[in-house]
Design a protein around this ligand. Structure first.
Ligand SMILES: *[C@@H]1O[C@H](CO)[C@@H](O)[C@H](O)[C@H]1NC(C)=O
Ligand SMILES: *[C@@H]1O[C@H](CO)[C@@H](O)[C@H](O)[C@H]1NC(C)=O
Ligand SMILES: *[C@@H]1O[C@H](CO)[C@@H](O)[C@H](O)[C@H]1NC(C)=O
Ligand SMILES: *[C@@H]1O[C@H](CO)[C@@H](O)[C@H](O)[C@H]1NC(C)=O
Length: 221
């Protein structure tokens, strides 16, 4: 039904235009229906103009809304970033905290064992805890460890033993000990490992029984 009405309108509009363009020859019967016809045309034109204006207005509005949304989205993104970085910060602070029986020092957690064992037992026990035997970085760290031992009064294996290929002291991370950093009492010889006591670093037979010190590095993202 709608389709036929539209078709009729278009048809009339087309026949009307040439008549308006050529005013000198208006056939008499053309004035039979022009009044409502012209009115309809005018209304149609007004309607069309209104429609176009509405579309333009809507376009502008939609554009504005989109832009607003974009701004909002960026603001939200920023907020997300802020919250993200704050969660990261809390995660960091959690990771930067040593668990109960671990001692914080600089960027690691240190644990003194209660049990005793040969050097390799200490090594594997630390590994099982997701840690390694202690690696001593410098004099300051050695002092810290010695001070912590004082209250306990024992010798502890650290991650340093005699390496046959190099015939020298080697850390378990693969680095050779530079003798100007740490002084070890006793000769480097086969099957020797190093303990730390409150007084010094001593070379001992790896098969003797001692406590040990594990270390965990704190992760920083
Ligand atoms: C949000 O953070 C990501 C990385 O996490 C970055 O690429 C992006 O540029 C940041 N956005 C804003 C708005 O800061
Ligand atoms: C290794 O450590 C765990 C946890 O501290 C302990 O229960 C276990 O007895 C240790 N193993 C050895 C061989 O000392
Ligand atoms: C291994 O540990 C020692 C002692 O902490 C350190 O001086 C050295 O730089 C470390 N080497 C590597 C490759 O991490
Ligand atoms: C010394 O430590 C290395 C690992 O760093 C190990 O492979 C080697 O068996 C150890 N030597 C002794 C005598 O325990």
């Amino acid at each position: 039904m709608d389709a036929s009405v539209v078709y009729a309108d278009l048809n009339l509009a087309r026949t009307q235009e040439p008549k308006q363009a050529s005013p000198p020859a208006p056939p008499p019967d053309s004035c039979r229906c022009p009044r409502w016809h012209r009115l309809a045309l005018k209304l149609g034109c007004v309607g069309l103009i209104l429609l176009v204006l509405t579309v333009i207005g809507l376009g502008v509005l939609v554009g504005k809304v989109i832009q607003d949304n974009k701004t909002k989205a960026t603001v939200e993104k920023c907020n997300v970033n802020v919250s993200e970085s704050s969660t990261k910060a809390t995660e960091n602070s959690v990771q930067l905290t040593c668990s109960n029986d671990w001692l914080p020092h600089r960027e690691k957690c240190i644990q003194f064992s209660q049990e005793t064992g040969v050097w390799k037992e200490g090594l594997s026990n630390c590994t099982r805890k997701g840690a390694t035997l202690l690696l001593i970085q410098d004099q300051e760290e050695l002092r810290f460890v010695k001070n912590s031992i004082q209250e306990r009064g024992h010798s502890f294996w650290i991650g340093l033993n005699y390496s046959l290929p190099n015939k020298n002291w080697r850390w378990i991370n693969g680095s050779t000990l530079s003798s100007d950093v740490l002084k070890i009492t006793g000769e480097p010889k086969i099957n020797s490992c190093v303990v730390v006591s409150k007084d010094n670093l001593v070379s001992e037979n790896c098969d003797s029984e001692n406590k040990w010190i594990c270390q965990k590095k704190l992760k920083r993202l």
